[in-house]
Design a protein around this ligand. Sequence first.
Ligand SMILES: *Cc1c(COP(=O)(O)O)cnc(C)c1O
Length: 500
Amino acid sequence: MPTPYDPGAYRPPALAGGASGPSHLRPLIDTVLGALAQGAAARGGPIPHGGPQAVAARLRALAAPVLPTGGTGAQEALHTLVRAVTEGSADPADPYCVAHLHCPPLALAVAADLAVSALNPSMDSWDQAPAASTLEAETTAALAALVYPDLPQPDCLVTTGGSESNQLGLLLARERARAAGSPGVHIVCGANAHHSIHRAAWLLGLPEPRTLPTPDGTLHPATVERALAELHGPALVIATAGTTDSGAIDPLPGIAEVTTAHGAELHIDASYGGPLLFSRRHRARLTGLQSATSVALDLHKLGWQPIAAGLLAVPDATALRPLAIRADYLNADDDTKAGLPDLLGRSLRTTRRADILKIAVTLRALGRDGLAQLVDDVCQQAQQLANLIEAHPGLTLYARPTITTVLFRPSHLTDSELATSRLALMTSGSAVLGRAHAADRLWLKATLLNPTIGPADFTALLDLVAHTGRETRTGRPPSNGQEPSTGQDPPGGNTPRTGQ
Ligand SMILES: *Cc1c(COP(=O)(O)O)cnc(C)c1O
């Protein structure tokens, strides 16, 4: 029960920093870890059962009142809310939670992120982040060199993710066009491009992107060539290395060639596929990346970082000059002359979290080989899952996977039955699968980002999907998750599984 607030006993709450910070944190972290364990056990599956209304009602009941007159104290508040949010979470570490590019973060990266919260460096001036700013400079240089290995001075900004990286890519292109005397730049993208491209164009006051058809899910160089031939003025072509729907990689060398031939620029959205660069086995699929004037990549997808961990790489540090800005309180001339690095031009944000620490810890702990192994493993899993689908009597595979996205469907369902079936799996708390349209049909989407799961998990998941599909088709009311699972064949949401 909450302890009543006693104004006479008031002491300011303990701080996380300083030499005594860790001793204040330790018991609180114990509480958090306990609540995480209890909440996950109480959920017992990939997502809470009951669907949005039931989950919201449970959360509201546990979280009320959100602003009490007297507080309940650190231990109670941490336990109650962390446990409630954990029980009500979609857990990407669960083998049946495979809908989105939503990765299970590595424990070591989460531990590093805790240090960032405690230290709270702000990456907008050196005097708020003396060492973190150097770590960011060193780490982004190494990551930029991964994208542009043959260039002397590539650079890379830390962003909140692909959406911000894409926006920056478009902004830098617009500024280059303006510097050359044009009012703006034409954006040319495929229908397979991420929606953040369109939003960025809208936000930056650019004309609506010229969106080209991608009937097989990828953008063809000949299609780009025809579009560029009709355009006058500067153009920025957007290619995607790993589409959100199917993981498809556009033919980058061909697109780079026609783009160069027409004097246009190329931004590659490698938010998903970028980390293939770590892998000797897979990096050749990103050949052509070096031709881009900017590249977006995310480490909170195929990089196992807690959100946020985005990057925008550019071939030369000078490309970032348009972001330079002066604010006397953050980068006064005398500070800069005294050798304080000017951080303000490295983001559109001002106050900025040191997301680099978890990234740097991960790179150091795993090394390039360790990351390559993770990438190779999840790519291999996707091939295994595709094999199992091809061998399954009740399921149809859309196509062999390119990265780690597998599209499939129970064979005899209509699109609307498929949609119903997916929602039934989700609201019963049994499995979280994505959806995507391809070849004029709706498909279930499994995005594999969990290196710890294996074929036994896939077999059970596919049986569950096929079974739920049959139930949907025969009109048996899908389990609404209100009744406890019988645990009988096929497995429901609370059946023990391997791989965890
Ligand atoms: C995820 C994704 C984005 C958006 O990235 P966020 O990190 O969610 O902002 C953009 N493009 C592609 C291809 C993506 O997969």
